[in-house]
Design a protein around this ligand. Sequence first.
Ligand code: SAM
Length: 310
Amino acid sequence: MASTNNAASNQLPESFGAVIPGWFSEISPLWPGEAHSLKVEKILFQGKSDFQNVVVFESSTYGKVLVLDGVIQLTERDECAYQEMITHLPLSSIPRPQRVLVIGGGDGGVLREVSRYASVEKIDICEIDRMVVDVAKQFFPKVAVGFDDPRVTLHIGDGVAFLKAVPEGTYDAVIVDSSDPIGPARDLFEKPFFELIAKALRPGGVVCTQAESIWLHMNIIQGIVANCRQVFKGSVNYAWTTVPTYPSGVIGFMLCSTGGGPAVDFKNPVNPIDAESESKGALKFYNAELHRAAFCLPSFAREVIDCKVN
Ligand code: SAM
């Protein structure tokens, strides 16, 4: 169990009370000039790991909230949107996923969604910060339930180092559920990391990564798309969805497949979530229509993302 660490000695990050007393405001250089705020009922945990500040608070309207280095990672109310989309967009696009790797994802939500697939035999997760896992198990049991699946193996470490040790062609799917490209996740948005993923995937294998906001990060997205086009010889796609408590209220996903194997058409799911998954609780957000719609982009974003200049 995470050592509840509310000692006054641990000054809360500046984002608490900075804009409105009694409210959390998400202030970051990644979205200058704006700050989404949530009213705080109670601080439940605060700690500092070797990698980041970790805070959990009870909000007035979104349930419990997990914050890393002042950035919202999940809330009980809208986590379903992100966890379901980042998992089912790739896994429903290949016929029988069997071996899946999650990078990051220490809250366990992606694991919960991957475990819905009866065809999956092995789920590895590499999360750099054990404090996130412990805090998720303590304060977000309905999210961290993913760790209970017997197919899951938890590796505590850096995703880059983990992938360097993975034999070629090991996985059918890799899901990169990382925080933003500042702090420990910086390297998870760079070309060498994508090259390691491509090596770890089988021919026709798929990857889905957290890919920021089209309203805030077109420059970052442009770089990610260019790198993915050079690395992944199957298909390269960008999808997006709405998550109210993420900056600008949206989050994007890069969906790529490796060459040399069966073609992957991400825009048409071939492997709908099996009925068994009802035992894991009904899906709250994802469905096949939303899957298809996720790849429809506004013109300003399509211009940048679809342009073939590498
Ligand atoms: N849904 C969130 C988002 O979109 O920002 C991400 C949630 S999840 C909590 C992000 C996780 O990535 C964190 O637990 C963090 O510790 C982990 N992480 C960051 N850098 C990492 C790295 N280099 N290797 C493995 N895990 C990493």
